[in-house]
Design a protein around this ligand. Structure first.
Ligand SMILES: [Zn+2]
Length: 356
């Protein structure tokens, strides 16, 4: 997390941007957020994976986040939360939430630990399963194609799950810093071997590679992946990362999304935390919508410690809106999610969403 001096501007608004100014928004239909971490929260929550306090936790942060989401047009959010958080969240928010079960285990735990976790998620009726496996995860044995994870795909598929999300690799900026040791971490592209393996082994289910496939820095690589694997999709989540790198390659990313409009899904990657303020949530939704649907240009209002300006670049990362065409936006913002999750009621007018 970025630590800012107390006297400095808050991380969610370093430019004094008015988030009430939404005149540049072009889309007035519903949106579905396929990548979020809405959880129960508790003051003692650790800084790692969010949530887990179950019925002992508070709904207040989830209330705030989803109220803000609704104000930005989001009618459903697919959340990753520990299994004990699902029941209280579902009771409160009903069809405004779908659930994504992240499957992980400690390196020294038996494979059964992962299968028991999967069973808890399946009992709760999750819509998709997530494998987190960036380089820092691989350090702890969390390879996306680990044998126990491939077994999880088989078991989940047999139970009716048809969508799987993976996080492989990480920003280029981190391969110049945290992952700079080439002996230990290798090259960024080598971290896609596990994804290729899964896509080849399981062609009959849908895959979502989170965070623009973790490679908004290389639109040609993303095009290769989408061309080769018709069952692969990308989500737009991780706002600072996408604002920074998609804006740098606005025209190439715009061409990519327009070429594969059925393969990109809207996601934000917001996480509820016990002490977050409302404007934190507002900032990410505002930036995501501004990036994809508008032609707004200006310094990004969100602090980004990973931004290192190259020669000629401004001191703050610039957000450069793609201004995607309305029909492409309709697919990215909700139609693709509705197709991947057909058993859920369609998002749109009259949907029984949040009652606020
Ligand atoms: Zn996430």
């Amino acid at each position: 997390m970025t630590t800012l001096p107390q006297s400095g501007p808050p991380e969610y608004n370093v430019t004094g941007q008015s988030y009430d100014d939404r005149r540049h928004f072009r889309h007035d239909g519903p949106l579905i957020d396929v990548h979020a971490h809405v959880t129960m929260t508790h003051p003692s929550d650790p800084p790692g994976f969010p949530g887990g306090s179950g019925r002992a936790g508070s709904l207040a942060q989830a209330e705030t986040m989803l109220e803000v989401a609704r104000a930005f047009g989001i009618t459903r959010t697919y959340t990753m939360c520990p299994p004990q958080d699902i029941a209280p969240l579902r009771e409160r928010f009903g069809p405004a939430l779908g659930f994504n079960g992240p499957i992980a285990k400690a390196e020294d735990e038996p494979d059964d630990a992962a299968y028991r976790l999967l069973d808890r998620f399946l009992e709760q009726g999750v819509d998709l399963i997530k494998f987190w496996g960036p380089p820092r995860g691989c350090d702890e044995g969390l390879y996306v194609d680990a044998p126990w994870r491939r077994q999880v795909v088989q078991r989940a598929r047999a139970a009716g799950v048809r969508v799987f999300m993976v996080h492989v690799s990480d920003p280029d900026a981190w391969f110049a810093t945290a992952y700079a040791d080439p002996i230990h971490y290798g090259k960024k592209k080598e971290h896609y071997f596990g994804l290729h393996f899964l896509l080849n082994e399981f062609p009959d289910v849908a895959w979502i590679a989170a965070h623009m496939g973790s490679d908004p820095e290389d639109p040609d690589h993303l095009a290769e992946l989408l061309e080769r694997y018709p069952h692969l999709h990308l989500d737009t989540s991780a706002t600072k990362w996408q604002v920074r790198e998609v804006s740098r390659r606005r025209d190439a990313l715009r061409a990519l999304v327009c070429r594969y409009p059925t393969r990109v899904l809207f996601g934000v990657d917001l996480a509820t935390r016990p002490h977050l303020v409302r404007e934190h949530y507002v900032s990410r939704y505002w930036c995501q919508r501004t990036l994809w649907e508008s032609v707004w240009e200006g310094p990004s209002p969100v602090a980004d410690g990973d931004y290192a300006p190259t020669l000629g670049e401004p001191p703050l990362p610039h957000l450069r809106g793609l201004g995607l065409p309305p029909e492409v936006l309709r697919q990215v913002y909700h139609a693709n999610a509705r197709r991947l999750f057909p058993h859920q009621s369609p998002a749109g007018e009259g949907e029984p969403g949040l009652s606020l």
